[in-house]
Design a protein around this ligand. Structure first.
Ligand code: ATP
Length: 318
């Protein structure tokens, strides 16, 4: 099942799970549209050939959903009835921390073995240094910022570029460094507007004719990027200030090699974990090794921002 926000690479994980099931002689049943499909009994059998030509496609062929009913005892009871009807004896959930929480609760109520695979462009899940989709999203943002920089430098403009990350600055921080942003504003670090103004003034004085500021959605400097830009326009009238909100282009697109390989490894491992009788864990990656974290820890924690990356970004923008 894929659940929560879609992320590029989910299809590669689905493909790997279906093929690992065939390899080990298990039946693979896909749940369509996340927990909603589990409640409505919307299932489809997948075999190795049924997942051809999807490794290169963004989104999820199984569709995804946010399902309020699964948050209720009654909703989960309906889901359990469908699980029994179809003789399902293990559930692999590819999704964010909400989806893994749902899986954990379902396992605790009915004892169905559950394995989680982190799939979210936000990369905010504890227990893995990378979630499926993050690498692709960062590359998409870098490409977009590179293009905006062409305009910024041709017209001596200051661009505020808002990227996804309501609670986590991983996309902003990594894409900002890779695209050479002058400032990166993230929810985890609030240096205040004065610090931003100082940096921009210093940049102007030191000969910068254009600037890029990458702003995560959840940045707290102002309530939103447009108000932030307005205030900077007032404080620094010498700048021609523009705003660009990248929005949903960050979710889609062909997964990078990294996301495809990570998803393939995690997909196969999830089937092997269930075969070994392990459950209630999330697969993660640390220093290129696959690791397991109990679901209860994975959903409670948050993957912290790398403070050294914040320090590096300051040095690079001098
Ligand atoms: P993303 O990181 O992209 O937002 P997510 O998996 O965190 O993905 P959520 O919308 O938080 O996305 O959760 C997806 C679904 O998981 C919810 O719509 C709901 O069906 C289920 N879910 C989340 N939290 C719970 C919970 N506490 N109890 C039961 N089900 C839950």
């Amino acid at each position: 099942m894929t659940s929560g926000g879609d992320a590029p690479g989910m299809n590669a994980a689905i493909r790997a799970i279906a093929r690992a099931c065939q390899y080990y002689n298990h039946q693979c049943i896909a749940v369509i549209q996340g927990f909603e499909g589990l409640i409505n009994g919307h299932f489809k059998e997948l075999d190795a050939r049924g997942v051809r030509n999807i490794i290169n496609r963004g989104g999820t062929i199984l569709k995804s959903a946010r399902c309020k009913e699964f948050r209720t005892v009654e909703g989960r009871k309906k889901a359990w009835e469908n699980v029994q009807k179809h003789n399902i004896d293990g559930l692999i959930i590819i999704g964010g921390d909400g989806s893994l929480t749902g899986g954990m609760i379902f396992q605790s109520e009915y004892g169905l073995p559950v394995v989680g695979i982190p799939g979210t462009i936000d990369n905010d899940i504890y227990g893995t240094s990378r979630a499926i989709g993050f690498d692709t999203a960062v590359n998409t943002v870098v490409e977009a910022v590179d293009k905006i920089r062409d305009t910024a430098s041709s017209h001596n403009r200051l661009f505020f570029i808002e990227v996804m990350g309501r609670d986590a600055g991983h996309i902003a921080l990594n894409a900002g460094i890779a695209a050479g942003a002058e400032e990166i504003l993230i929810p985890e670090q609030d240096d205040g507007i004065d610090s931003l103004i100082r940096t921009l003034k210093y940049g102007k004085k030191s000969g910068k004719s254009s600037s890029i500021v990458v702003v995560a959605e959840g940045d707290k400097t102002r309530d939103n990027v447009f108000n932030l830009a307005s205030q900077i326009r007032e404080e620094l009238p010498e700048y021609d200030v523009r705003v660009s909100v990248l929005g949903h282009i960050q979710r889609g697109g062909r997964p990078t090699y990294y996301d495809r390989v990570l998803a393939s490894r995690m997909g196969i491992y999830s089937v092997e974990i269930l075969r070994e009788g392990k459950s209630n864990v999330m697969i993660g990656v640390d220093l290129d090794k696959l690791i397991l974290t109990p679901l209860k820890d994975a959903v409670k924690g948050k993957s912290a921002i790398n403070k050294n990356m914040v320090r590096i970004s300051k040095i690079l923008s001098v």
